[in-house]
Design a protein around this ligand. Sequence first.
Ligand code: GLP
Length: 278
Amino acid sequence: MEVVVQPDADAAAMLTARLIAARVEAKPDLVLGLATGRTMEAVYQRLATLGVDFSRCRTFNLDEYVGVPTRDEHSYRRYMDGRLFDKINIVKTNTHLLDGMASDLGKEVASYERRIEQAGGIDLQLLGIGEDGHIGFNEPLSALMSRTREKALTPATRRQNAGMFGGDPDRVPARALTMGVGTILDARELLLLATGRAKAAILAKAVEGPITAMISASAIQLHPYCKVILDQDAAGALTQRDYYEWVFQNEPEWQAYRQKTAETFPSNIRAPGIAAGL
Ligand code: GLP
């Protein structure tokens, strides 16, 4: 795993967008796993301006609420169309989301797994993190080998996502369909983005703490190709920040990105107090 701490949330979103763009440029028929939530809005905004050719790309989203029709403004389909798909040259039939209105949810999740497999597997999976440590909607105690399935949401998650439902947690659906932790780990590369102080404590547990089904994001430690992009606030509780900073500043793989970040954010590329002297 590599952890990259950026000066602020904008820089973290931009770096994430650039990494996705680079993967699509290297493999135009990339199979991209996508995430929703407020954190990703800035990524999609940036990604839509980078001039990437998505015409051969296929996408699979992590999750969808149960009982919310596609046309509903709260569906993740509407989220993805409005924030990304309608702004890029992707072919809509190549964009896949779980159907939370399917009459047989068991069949729906099984067919989603099959569709991912038929696409050749996910090349790059984008991830956010919930304040309870979920990835997708893999709430605490989700099996680390779980596959796509229906999950009940915790009261904490419903409170956290209430902003998108007029602030009322009771209006947030109680259940969702989500890729499993095992499904996510099958992707060839993982890219997790977290910004803001509210994520600092759980992020440190997920990245530096023991692997546990109580924090499904801790499973990313098992993945051989995983990058975690953070702003200063989300990185606030990490103990090894100086080392992570040294890797970003010195490893050849990051050189092009270091330069671009410096061009875009010239005044704050090195935040004060971080890795002083390295
Ligand atoms: C939802 C999604 C997750 C996402 C999380 C973070 O719960 N199911 O995939 O990681 O939100 O949301 P936010 O970025 O709004 O904090």
